[in-house]
Write a protein that binds this ligand. Structure first.
Ligand code: F6R
Length: 242
């Protein structure tokens, strides 16, 4: 595992964007696994800037997102599809048909999950998976206690995750209670993993994930078993590792 410690959020974002752009340049038709949340926003902003300068093209890139709220339409401002459009896809030359996000309005969640597993398989698997991490060590919406053997599935969100996501909604009651998410098994099959972490409030989770035991109680700890993980964090988030 490689660890890069950046001075602050901006430097962390630039470093993460560097790693993603190296992947895009060396394999222009890469399958990128993408994440939402606050942490990757700076990296996406940097990628957009480099695209606008003409340094980067996403014309052949395919993308699959980690997760989506179940019950939200793609046009809902808090849906992860909306997030991806407004933070990245609308500003670069990726083809809309090459961007994939789980359908939060699917009638049959089970069938949607199976479709997504098949899609990832048909795309040839994920070349680089970008991840953030929750305060309880969750990755995507794989919460503490979830089975490491799961592929894409429907989850019920924990109170802590609902609390953390309330900042994006007007009221706590508006936060969806369920989500569709890639499972740990999908994530672990990615050829490379890039995790981004920022802020002192993530320091304990980072420590538990990378210095503690591999346990279902800390889903991100499974990454210790992956052969190609890069962790990029700012000084605050990595403070307990240094
Ligand atoms: C989002 C996702 C989540 C976030 C995590 C951290 O697609 O998979 O697991 O990565 O909740 O979110 P932030 O970056 O907002 O702290």
């Amino acid at each position: 595992m490689r660890v890069y410690c950046a001075e602050n959020y901006e430097a962390m974002s630039r470093r993460a964007a560097n790693i993603i752009s190296a992947q895009v340049i060396t394999k222009p038709d890469s399958v990128l696994g993408l994440a939402t949340g606050g942490t990757p926003v700076g990296a996406y902003r940097q990628l957009v800037e480099w695209y606008k300068k003409g340094d980067l093209s996403f014309a052949e890139i395919r993308s699959v997102n980690l997760d989506e709220y179940y019950g939200l339409s793609p046009w809902h401002e808090q849906s992860y599809r909306y997030f991806m459009q407004s933070n990245l896809f609308d500003h670069i030359d990726i083809r809309p048909e090459n961007t994939h996000v789980l359908n939060g309005l699917a009638d049959n969640a089970q069938r949607e999950c199976e479709r997504y597993n098949q899609l990832i398989h048909d795309l040839g698997g994920i070349d680089l998976q970008l991840l953030g991490m929750g305060h309880n060590g969750h990755i995507a919406f794989n919460e503490p206690g979830d089975d490491f053997g799961l592929e894409t599935h429907l989850v019920t969100l924990t109170d802590r995750t609902i609390d953390a996501n309330t900042r994006f909604f007007e009221r706590r009651e508006d936060v969806p209670r369920q989500a569709l998410t890639m499972g740990i098994k999908n994530i672990m099959r990615a050829r490379r993993i890039l995790m981004v972490v920022s802020g002192a409030d993530k320091a304990e989770a980072v420590y538990q994930a990378f210095c503690g035991r591999v346990t279902r109680d800390v889903p991100a700890s499974v990454l210790q078993l992956h052969p190609d993980v890069t962790l990029v964090g700012d000084r605050d988030a990595l403070s307990k590792l240094l």
